[in-house]
Write a protein that binds this ligand. Structure first.
Ligand code: G6P
Length: 495
């Protein structure tokens, strides 16, 4: 490829000094920006940590237990260095970040450069050299921690856009490792990716992996087009022959789609739990038993199309197509990246809209939109899914959207309607959803009305078919598919 590799940067202060790479003992190492645990205030629970909710850790925990696994990631607090610790059969290796690095690497390059750039530039990405320097430095630190934890010939699986340089650094440090990478968010077309001043280094970083996974076939194609265009890589049958600076072939990197899923078993089990079913009835009751409950569940992020959804809903109230007596919209918006400017602005927009709409349409008895700026435990989420007749997923761009899959998994009785943006990865699998373009407000309004009035036979036919898809493709299968492909390719290379 001939691209100069990002040079090793000296650590700036004691708190963030990188460990020297040494061989470790783990045969399987996962690397992600965040460790899969949250700190709990309650001192009674296991060492003050609780496993984070979410499919990834559920899928990987059994692999970890079986293969003496380790997880490398940031523990969420700035300026704090923690020793590795053990939690529920996993070795957790915390990577320290200074306050400056949280600002430059996490809020800056990851979430104000890459996140908007990779999501169709819905918000304008910012390009700052100081952010890029911090991104390189922190990626190097994660790679060194992973190298230090890995046994000889171990498998390392790097997760997501915050760590795209880790595969390359890791291969330099430990050529014996088998390296996988999975991008949880979209990969943009080369016409947009071209804006990034460091586009060659990012592609080169990813090509350090043996297998690079994406959510959709389109993301995979975008990446391969960028590899060809910006690095002159020769791409054949989704494979790139990665060259050393002297022109010899170092390895073959393969790019493929692996659409992620959810822990279907857990959601189904909760959806059948009598206490959760009772709670879902209580929610309906508390809302005054309206004919229809509509639900939106999102991180408060500008990619999720929350303002588009509110605009459509507000117009339906104005038109009289929906009344607050007959319908209630619950919008859960969980707090996210609150120190990033575009997220602060979005919160103001959303809360302004909700306030205006409720001011205009509420009655003493009924509220047009129940807006909840909280996160909830999975049990309460499943109760909401059971209470909701219509689920609204109107993302402008989304790598996958697991909320859509969770709603489908929770609907054990095949009722309910899913309105789903075609700009989500989930739309590839949930073809029987009512698909919408969230920019088309008239189309969105018509589809919401259609969802509310969907004949029982039709909604049940659609839900049955979506459930069949989801039940056959849970997150365990996703991780098995990825890791099997990674190993199969290893055998092929060796043979
Ligand atoms: C998306 C990303 C994840 C990220 C999550 C929450 O799903 O793909 O990598 O962890 O958002 O965002 P946060 O910035 O709070 O980690």
């Amino acid at each position: 490829m001939g691209v100069p590799l990002p040079e090793k940067l000296q650590p700036k202060n004691q708190a963030t000094r990188s460990p020297k790479p040494v061989h470790g003992t783990s045969d399987f190492v996962v690397v992600s920006n965040r460790l899969p645990v949250d700190r709990v205030a309650d001192e009674q629970s296991d060492a003050g940590w609780r496993r984070s909710p979410g499919g990834l850790v559920t899928a990987l925990a059994p692999v970890m237990a079986a293969r003496d696994g380790a997880w490398v990631g940031w523990h969420g607090a700035p300026d704090e260095t923690l020793e590795p610790f053990h939690h529920e059969n996993m070795d957790l290796i915390p990577v320290p970040l200074s306050g400056d690095e949280v600002e430059l690497y996490y809020e800056g390059f990851s979430n104000s450069t890459l996140w908007p750039l990779y999501h169709d530039v819905i918000a304008p990405p910012e390009f700052h050299r100081t952010w890029w320097d911090a991104y390189r430095r922190v990626n190097r630190r994660f790679a060194e921690a992973a190298a230090g934890a890995s046994a000889r010939n171990a498998t390392v699986w790097v997760q997501d856009y915050q760590l795209q340089l880790v595969p390359r650094y890791l291969r330099q440090l430990r050529p014996d490792l088998r390296i996988g990478f999975f991008n949880h968010i979209p990969f943009p077309p080369p016409e947009i990716f071209a804006q990034l001043p460091w586009r060659q280094s990012i592609i080169d970083g990813l090509l350090g992996a043996d297998l690079i996974g994406f959510q959709r076939p389109n993301d995979t194609a975008n990446f391969l087009r960028s590899a060809r265009r910006f690095l002159g890589a020769s791409v054949k049958a989704q494979q790139v022959h990665v060259k050393e600076p002297d022109g010899t072939i170092s390895h073959i990197a393969r790019a493929e789609p692996f659409p992620i899923s959810i822990d279907v078993g857990q959601i189904q089990k909760l959806a059948a739990d009598p206490e959760i079913i009772a709670r879902s009835k209580q929610i309906r009751e508390d809302l005054g038993n309206p004919k229809t409950i509509l639900l939106g569940v999102d991180r408060l992020d500008y990619t999720k199309g929350i303002t588009h959804r509110l605009k459509a809903y507000g117009e339906l109230l104005k038109d009289g197509a929906i009344t607050v007596e007959d319908a209630a919209l619950i919008q859960i918006a969980s707090p996210s990246r609150e120190r990033v400017e575009s997220y602060r602005l979005l919160r103001e927009d959303v809360e302004g809209m909700v306030g205006r709409l409720n001011g205009q349409f509420d009655t003493i008895q009924n509220t047009a939109i129940r807006y909840l700026h909280h996160s909830y435990p999975v049990e309460e989420m499943v109760a909401m899914y059971l209470a909701a007749d219509v689920m609204l997923v109107t993302a402008l761009r989304d790598g996958m959207n697991l909320v859509a899959k969770e709603y489908v998994a929770a609907r054990n009785d095949n009722t309910g309607a899913l309105v789903l943006s075609e700009f989500t990865g989930a739309a590839d699998q949930l073809k029987q959803a009512l698909l919408i373009n969230p920019h088309d407000i008239d189309g969105l309004k018509a589809t919401i009305v259609r969802a509310i009035n969907l004949p029982k036979a039709e909604s049940s036919r659609r839900m049955r078919s979506m459930r069949k898809q989801i039940l056959a493709h849970d997150v365990q299968r996703w991780s098995e598919d990825f890791l099997t492909t990674l190993q199969v390719e290893a055998v092929r290379d060796d043979g």
